[in-house]
Ligand binder design. Structure first.
Ligand SMILES: Cc1ncc(COP(=O)(O)O)c(C=O)c1O
Length: 401
């Protein structure tokens, strides 16, 4: 006999995955129906329209790719990249290097624009590099989860459009938490995920793209052999599973039979997006901004330092410098084990040096913010950190009240 498992109840204040909304979890437990059942097709059609709202786009194409956010990133990049294509990637944190990893594996010639992870680039620096290298594609991360910094992209996007360069942007950590306007910013393909501000478990990626991209995909379309031997294409996309030209035809009117849809995940996504849209996208952005102000106020009142440039800090992630002599992981472990609160460390050069508190989706709630600040203060005091006792929650309360 193997016993059932019972997961503990946690307050998850990491930059993802965050607490799934209870209503999302309930919807995911509703009966399975076939992926071509008219009832499910209606759910899909509504999801397609709802995905567009947090992106603020009028793109015709928007749908989910099965797999976590990197599935969408990979699908987007390999849909455009052909071997030898120049891809320029401004890197200011871990996830920029994920884009580079994907592009390299797709045999692109990757041009790196690198800096330390303290802050993003000035847009002019990126534009200068574009002028110098004349890439076919520019791809970057809008909100860098590893350091909590956000790259301004409006001028880069406009410049790319003028030069007929494709602009592919990772909005995984900003979608649904921070105001986006991807059409105004001339983004050709935008990618997000479910496990952050959409309050859905990890497992789907959200992709939207414009007509320029659709033309490329249409020109590369190859139908799967088992469906037809007649539609072959010498320039087909190298993956079958992550082939946007087929996925578009699965999610679109043609309804070709591609993968077996993860229907329960799509139920969850429908509910996550529905809740967000019913709350009102501006109200959702405001809620994240308010909770971010409270987190920042609490951390600074404690006497801790926030890592990175304050002018380009994301509202959805706060990176906090680990004080001298304090063990980053020991603090996290005590928060989890004694308080049921999860916060994150970071990666690469920031591993062990910063904690990251997320402020995303259903986790972005006043009670979570106050709880994490109170617990964090208690654990830091227990570890002998030199902080101002009692200040954090009071500072946050002042933001709220
Ligand atoms: C900005 C960013 N991009 C990409 C990813 C990769 O997403 P996933 O782990 O869902 O594949 C993450 C994950 O946290 C992220 O924060």
């Amino acid at each position: 006999m193997i016993s059932e498992f019972y997961t503990p109840i946690r307050t998850i204040m990491t930059p993802g995955p965050v607490e799934a909304h209870p209503s999302v979890l309930r919807k995911m437990a509703t009966p399975t129906i076939g992926q071509f059942d008219p009832y499910f097709l209606k759910i899909m059609d509504e999801v397609k329209e709802m995905i567009k709202v947090p992106f603020q786009t009028k793109n015709k194409q928007a749908f989910a790719v099965d797999g976590t956010s990197r599935a969408g990133l990979e699908a987007a990049l390999i849909g455009l990249i052909e071997a030898g294509d120049k891809v320029l990637i401004p890197c200011y944190g871990r996830f920029s290097y994920l884009l580079a990893e994907i592009a390299e594996r797709a045999k692109a010639e990757v041009i790196y624009l690198e800096k330390d992870w303290y802050e993003p680039f000035q847009q002019e620096e990126i534009i200068e590099a574009i002028q110098k290298h004349q890439p076919k594609i520019v791809t970057l991360v809008h909100g860098e989860t590893a350091n909590g910094q956000m790259q301004a992209i409006n001028k880069v996007g406009k410049f790319c459009r003028e030069q007929d360069i494709f602009f592919v942007v990772d909005f995984v950590a900003t979608y649904g938490g921070i105001p986006l306007a991807i059409d105004d910013w001339c983004v050709d393909i935008a990618i997000a995920g479910t496990q952050k501000c959409v309050s859905v478990p990890s497992g789907l990626s959200l992709v939207t793209y414009n007509d320029r991209v659709e033309q490329v995909l249409t020109a590369r379309y190859q139908k799967e052999l088992g469906l037809s031997k007649n539609i072959r294409n010498d320039n087909h996309i190298t993956s079958n599973y992550l082939d946007l030209s087929q996925l578009q035809r699965y999610w679109g009117e043609e309804r070709i039979n591609h993968h077996t849809e993860a229907t329960s995940m799509v139920y969850g996504l429908h509910e996550g997006l529905r809740l967000l849209i019913n709350e009102g996208i501006e109200a959702v952005w405001d809620r994240h901004a308010l909770n971010n102000r409270a987190i920042e106020a609490g951390i600074l009142a404690m006497g801790l330092a926030i890592y990175g440039n304050p002018k380009t800090k994301m509202a959805t992630v706060t990176s906090i410098m680990v004080p001298e002599g304090i063990n980053c992981d020991a603090v996290r472990a005590m928060l989890l084990n004694e308080f049921g609160v999860e916060i994150a460390g970071s990666f690469g050069s920031l591993a062990g040096k910063v904690w990251r508190i997320g402020n995303m989706g259903f986790s972005s709630r006043k009670e979570n913010v106050l709880h994490v600040l109170a617990a964090f203060e208690a654990v830091l005091l227990f570890h002998g950190a030199n902080i101002n006792p009692g200040a954090a929650v009071q500072a946050a309360l002042k933001v709220y009240l």
